[in-house]
Design a protein around this ligand. Structure first.
Ligand code: ADP
Ligand code: MG
Length: 392
């Protein structure tokens, strides 16, 4: 069954429940990065223009089923009101119950309610039908624009839409599904994947899935350390998942057998600690016992870049180094620049990877910047996302 879009819904004068992903970083009681709020604005403004009454809902952090003031969506409501240019976004202090029902029944056309953190109730993460029923009582129509939460079978994205007669994907959700669907089903070729980040173990399933689809894999970050160690290089004090060496060897063998090139770094930026203020570039066969690899080196960036320049499609997940420390950011930023400059259709996913791309200011040169880290990886693993299936 196909998924409807918000333009297929009759929304004028009706209460529209919009599940968004407002799981934003907070600092000193304020929204530190409002990218996720901005990402939902096209859907919210389109619905408001068409005379909807908005009942917006999200989770924030991990309050573990209990109300905790530090996870209140209050700062988000304030920022949302500013971004929407409305006088007020009403925030009842609970997402269900009499308070929420009262606020929603007082809503006028063009009005916006933001429900308090869904995860203040255990029922959310348990996909509890009774909790979903309480949410369902607050709206006539359901829209999911929270791609970042689509891989979780939680009540607001799974049980709830199934209780609603009319449901649709928001514009952000549609854009995510279109971009990821394109690279999954019919990628222009050559199609390359660039993978990095902290651990091989986080990403085994996606590496295996991508191996069946891509024309080459480019590995960086701490993940590369484990692959290099599997190929027999000495990595000193670097982060290496020693228990994953046999697995890394198996993955390399599988790629060989399938004729897929797996590119590993040829040089690394090393230092004696993660807080070092500078690093030294060495070739991969020259890492001494007292240092750790914290970034890929310039020769690697150049090598990867020269092949990526000829790509027709690129998927990138995982920073190439400890980019949070400026001294080890050049590998990640260099790869970001190379992908941005490539004419390929490029998709970047992953919380840290997207943060890195945003820091380079090059996000607009990517084909698609995914708002869903885990969700984008599960999609590319070929798994069905509960929050997407529930919209059918
Ligand atoms: P994403 O969120 O994009 O999926 P990950 O969470 O898998 O990415 O990995 C990001 C983290 O990996 C970053 O915090 C980065 O500092 C860290 N990292 C990458 N390379 C290294 C390295 N060589 N040594 C230590 N940490 C690294
Ligand atoms: Mg991460």
């Amino acid at each position: 069954m196909s998924i409807r879009s918000i333009d297929d819904l009759e929304v004028e004068g009706r209460r529209v429940f919009v599940r968004v992903d407002f799981n934003v970083p907070l600092a000193n009681g304020e929204v530190a990065d409002d990218a996720r709020i901005r990402a939902a604005l096209p859907t919210l403004t389109r619905l408001l223009e068409r005379g909807a009454k908005l009942v917006v809902a999200s989770h924030l952090g991990r309050p573990k089923g209990k109300p905790k003031p530090e996870y209140s969506l209050e700062p988000v409501a304030a920022r949302l009101a500013e971004l929407l240019g409305v006088d007020e976004v009403v925030l009842p202090d609970d997402c269900i119950g009499d308070g929420a029902r009262k606020v929603v029944s007082d809503l006028r056309e063009g009005g916006v309610v933001l429900l308090e953190n869904l995860r203040f109730h255990e029922g959310e993460e348990k996909n509890d039908p009774a909790f979903a029923k309480e949410l369902a009582a607050l709206a006539d129509v359901y829209v999911n624009d929270a791609f970042g939460a689509a891989h979780r079978a939680h009540a607001s994205v799974c049980a709830l839409p199934q209780l609603m007669e009319e449901r649709a994907a928001g514009l952000l959700m549609q854009a995510e599904l279109a971009a990821l669907g394109r690279i999954q089903d019919d990628p222009p070729r050559p199609y390359y994947a660039v993978l990095g980040g902290a651990k091989v173990s986080d990403k085994i399933a996606v590496i295996e899935a991508l191996m069946k689809r891509v024309d080459g894999l480019f590995i960086g970050g701490a993940m590369a350390n484990t692959f290099l160690a599997a190929r027999g290089f000495e990595l000193g004090k670097s982060l290496v998942e020693t228990d994953k060496l046999p697995l890394a060897r198996t993955l390399l063998q599988k790629a060989d057998a399938a004729g897929i090139a797996v590119h590993l770094p040829v040089d690394l930026r090393v230092a004696d600690s993660t807080s070092a203020t500078s690093g030294e570039v060495v070739t991969v066969d020259d890492v001494s016992t007292d240092v750790m690899a914290l970034d890929i080196g310039p020769a690697t960036v150049q090598r990867y870049g020269s092949i990526l320049a000829k790509a027709a499609c690129i998927f990138w997940n995982g920073p190439m180094g400890l980019f949070e420390n400026e001294a080890f950011a050049e590998g990640t930023f260099g790869i970001a620049r190379q992908i941005a400059a490539s004419p390929a259709f490029s998709v970047v996913g992953g919380g840290d990877s997207v943060a890195a791309v945003n820091r380079t200011g090059l996000a607009s040169s990517f084909g698609h910047v995914s708002t869903g880290g885990g969700a984008s990886l599960e999609f590319l693993e070929g798994r069905k996302l509960p929050g997407v299936e529930a919209l059918r």
